[in-house]
Write a protein that binds this ligand. Structure first.
Ligand code: BEZ
Ligand code: MG
Length: 582
C-alpha cells in the first residue's frame, strides 16, 4: 500500500488508516434504518424491534429515572466515561476495543430481554459485568413498556373512531428514539407550544453541534465561516423541541430568555468573552410549515439578528454586524434591508419546487435550480425598525446580497426515519440553498449536515452523508429486500432513492460516480434483480434506468460505453414492456 505521497506508509500511518476505515464500517453497520415501510394498522417486526430498543436504551432518560445502558456497562467495566470512549474510538485502538466490548454486552442484554424478559435480562447483566439489578431494572421496565406498545397497533380502530366523529386521544409528535412517548401510534398528533422552544435540553445539545460545525469548517478552511445559511423545518423543531432554532442562536451568540410565564419571548447576547469566538452571520431559510407553526419564533429569530447587528463590537468578532454595516455605509441599502435574514415563501405558499423541476427533468442549467429556490423563498419575515410586522415582504435583492457572503450551508437531521435520500425535501431545501449560494457568492459553499441520532455529535459533509446513506440504504440488501417485500410500492421507493440521490448531483454535485455504478450493477445489470423489479413495477424500473442515463447525460457519472449501451437497451425493452402493458 502506498500513500498519496508516493512512499510506503509507516506502520503507524497504516494502523491509523485501518482504524479510520473500521470506524466507517461500524458507522454504516450501526446506522439505524427502516427495513420496510410502515403498513397502516400493523405492528413493527421483531427484528427491527431489537435495533430500536438498543438505540432507545443508549440514551439517558432522566424523566423516567433511567440511565443509558452503555454508560452503566462502561462505568461498571471501569472504562471511564462512555462519551470519551465513543469520541476516541476512531483514533485510538484501545478505545475501539472498549467500545466493542460495551456494545457486545449491551446487545447481549437486549437479546436476553427480548427472549426472556426484564428479570432475566437484569440477572444476565449482573452475571456478565456485575451491574446491580437496582440500576438495570428501570431500563428494562421502560423497554418492556415500549416493546408492548410496539407490538400493539390500534391505528385502524382509531381511524374508524375518527370517522365516527369520536374523541381521539392526543399524542406528541416526535421521533421514537428521542421521545418514546410518541407510542402508541394511532393518536391525534399534536405540535408544541411555540413559546416553549428552544427547550433547555435542546439549547444545551445545540451548543455542541454548533461548535462542532464551526470546528469542522475551521479545520478544512483555516478560519471561521463568515456566514452560514441554515434550513429550518417545522416538524424537526417540534421533534427536537427547537434544536435547529437553538443552533441558529448559538451561531449568532445569543441565548433565549424566558418571561415570568416561562415563555421564550426575548433573546440576550452571550458576551464575547464567554462565547470565545466571533458571532457568525446566519441566513435562515424557513419552511412554510415552520413559518405557520412557529410565528413567535420567526419574530424571535429576526429579533436575535437585529440585536447582534447592533452590538457595539469589533468587526472581526461580529461578522453579522460587519456585513450589515458594510452595506449600510456604502449607501446601497437601509438598515432594515441589510439586516433581513429570515426568509420563507410568500404567505400561504409552501416548498421550493426545486424537487419538482429536478424530478421532471425540466431544467437546462443548474443555475435554474438555485434561481427557482430564491424566487420561491425570498420573502422576508420579522419586524422593521419601527416595530411594524414584516410578513412575507418580497426581498429578492436583500436575500441575494445576504447569500453573497455565505461560506457554508447546513441542515440538522433529527430522525432515523427520514434521511437525505428518503425524501426529495432535503435536496430541494439544502441543495436548493447551496445552489443559490453558489450563484450569489460565485463559489460553491461547504455543505454540512449533522444528525441528532447518535450519542456523539457528528458533523458530516454532504458528500460523506450521501455515501453513508447510499451504503446504509440504497445499496444495502437489508434495506432493498425490506422494500421489495412491499411489491409495487417497494420498487417505487428504490427508484425514489436513486432519484433523490440524483437530486444531490443536480443541486450540489455531491454524488460520487461509484454510487451510480453500484446502483446500475445492483438493480439493472443483475438479471434476476431486474426481472423482479420489472415484474413488480415496470414503471419505476423504467424511471430508475432513465435516471441513471440522465446522470450520465448531465455529466454527473462517467460510465463506460458498454454499460451505457446495456442501459439503453434495457430502457428500450422496458418501454416495449410498458407499451404492451398500456
Ligand atoms: C417542515 O416540517 O417544515 C417540512 C416538512 C416537509 C418538507 C419540508 C418541510
Ligand atoms: Mg457541475
Amino acid at each position: 500500500m502506498s500513500s498519496k505521497l508516493n512512499r510506503p506508509l509507516t506502520e503507524d500511518e497504516r494502523d491509523r488508516r485501518v482504524l479510520a476505515l473500521y470506524d466507517q464500517l461500524v458507522e454504516v453497520e450501526q446506522r439505524l434504518i427502516q427495513t420496510g415501510l410502515h403498513v397502516f394498522g400493523q405492528p413493527s417486526e421483531i427484528s427491527e424491534r431489537a435495533d430500536v430498543l438498543r438505540t432507545i436504551a443508549s440514551f439517558d432518560r432522566p424523566e423516567a429515572g433511567v440511565r443509558a445502558l452503555p454508560d452503566l456497562v462502561c462505568e461498571r467495566l471501569g472504562l471511564g466515561s462512555y462519551e470519551t470512549v465513543i469520541n476516541k474510538a476512531a483514533t485510538d485502538s484501545r478505545r475501539l476495543s472498549d467500545r466493542e466490548q460495551i456494545e457486545s454486552v449491551v446487545s447481549g442484554a437486549i437479546n436476553e430481554f427480548l427472549e426472556s424478559g426484564s428479570e432475566e435480562a437484569a440477572s444476565w447483566l449482573d452475571d456478565a459485568v456485575g451491574i446491580n439489578r437496582r440500576d438495570s431494572l428501570p431500563v428494562f421496565a421502560m423497554l418492556e413498556k415500549i416493546s408492548k406498545q410496539l407490538e400493539t397497533n390500534s391505528e385502524g380502530e382509531a381511524l374508524l373512531r375518527a370517522l365516527r366523529g369520536e374523541f381521539i386521544e392526543p399524542g406528541p409528535g416526535a421521533d421514537l428514539v428521542q421521545n418514546p412517548s410518541v407510542l402508541p401510534t394511532g393518536r391525534n398528533t399534536h405540535a408544541i407550544n411555540p413559546y416553549s422552544i428552544p427547550s433547555a435540553h435542546a439549547f444545551a445539545r445545540a451548543h455542541a453541534v454548533a461548535e462542532s460545525l464551526l470546528q469542522r469548517y475551521q479545520t478544512e478552511n483555516g478560519r471561521f465561516p463568515k456566514a452560514i445559511a441554515l434550513v429550518l423545518w417545522g416538524l424537526d423543531n417540534i421533534k427536537t423541541q427547537g434544536e435547529g432554532v437553538a443552533q441558529a442562536f448559538w451561531l449568532l451568540g445569543v441565548r433565549p430568555v424566558r418571561d415570568s410565564l416561562n415563555r421564550v419571548t426575548e433573546v440576550e447576547a452571550i458576551p464575547l468573552a464567554e462565547l470565545n469566538r466571533p458571532r457568525i452571520d446566519v441566513v435562515m431559510t424557513i419552511s412554510g410549515i415552520f413559518r405557520d407553526l412557529f410565528s413567535p419564533t420567526v419574530l424571535l429569530l429576526d429579533k436575535a439578528v437585529r440585536l447582534v447587528a447592533q452590538l457595539d463590537e469589533p468587526a472581526e468578532m461580529n461578522y453579522l454586524r460587519r456585513h450589515v454595516m458594510e452595506q449600510v455605509n456604502s449607501g446601497i441599502c437601509s438598515f432594515d434591508e441589510s439586516v433581513a435574514r429570515v426568509f420563507s415563501n410568500a404567505p400561504g405558499n409552501y416548498g421550493t419546487n426545486v424537487n419538482f423541476m429536478v424530478m421532471d427533468s425540466q431544467w437546462d442549467r443548474e443555475e435554474r435550480l438555485g434561481d427557482l429556490f430564491v424566487t420561491r423563498k425570498c420573502f422576508a419575515y420579522g419586524r422593521d425598525s419601527q416595530g411594524r410586522a414584516v410578513e412575507g415582504r418580497e426581498a429578492r435583492v436583500e436575500m441575494e446580497r445576504a447569500l453573497e457572503r455565505v461560506d457554508a450551508t447546513y441542515q440538522n437531521i433529527d430522525t432515523f426515519e427520514i434521511g437525505i435520500t428518503d425524501v426529495d425535501h432535503y435536496f430541494e431545501y439544502l441543495g436548493g440553498i447551496s445552489k443559490a449560494v453558489e450563484i450569489s457568492a460565485q463559489t460553491r459553499p461547504s455543505i454540512y449536515l449533522s444528525d441528532s441520532l447518535s450519542r456523539n455529535t457528528k458533523i458530516r459533509s454532504l458528500e460523506e452523508t450521501v455515501r453513508l446513506e447510499s451504503r446504509a440504504k440504497t445499496l444495502n440488501p437489508k434495506w432493498y429486500e425490506g422494500m421489495l417485500k412491499h411489491g409495487f410500492r417497494g420498487v417505487a421507493e428504490i427508484e425514489n432513492h436513486v432519484s433523490n440521490t440524483f437530486g444531490w448531483s443536480a443541486t450540489a454535485d455531491a454524488v460520487d460516480g461509484w454510487i451510480y455504478t453500484e446502483v446500475a450493477r445492483t438493480f439493472v445489470l443483475d438479471d434476476a434483480m431486474l426481472d423482479r423489479l420489472r415484474t413488480l413495477n415496470p414503471h419505476s424500473a423504467h424511471s430508475l434506468v432513465g435516471r441513471l442515463l440522465e446522470a450520465h447525460g448531465r455529466g454527473y457519472w462517467d460510465a463506460d460505453a458498454d454499460l451505457l449501451d446495456k442501459l439503453r437497451e434495457i430502457s428500450g425493452s422496458l418501454e416495449d414492456q410498458l407499451e404492451g402493458v398500456a
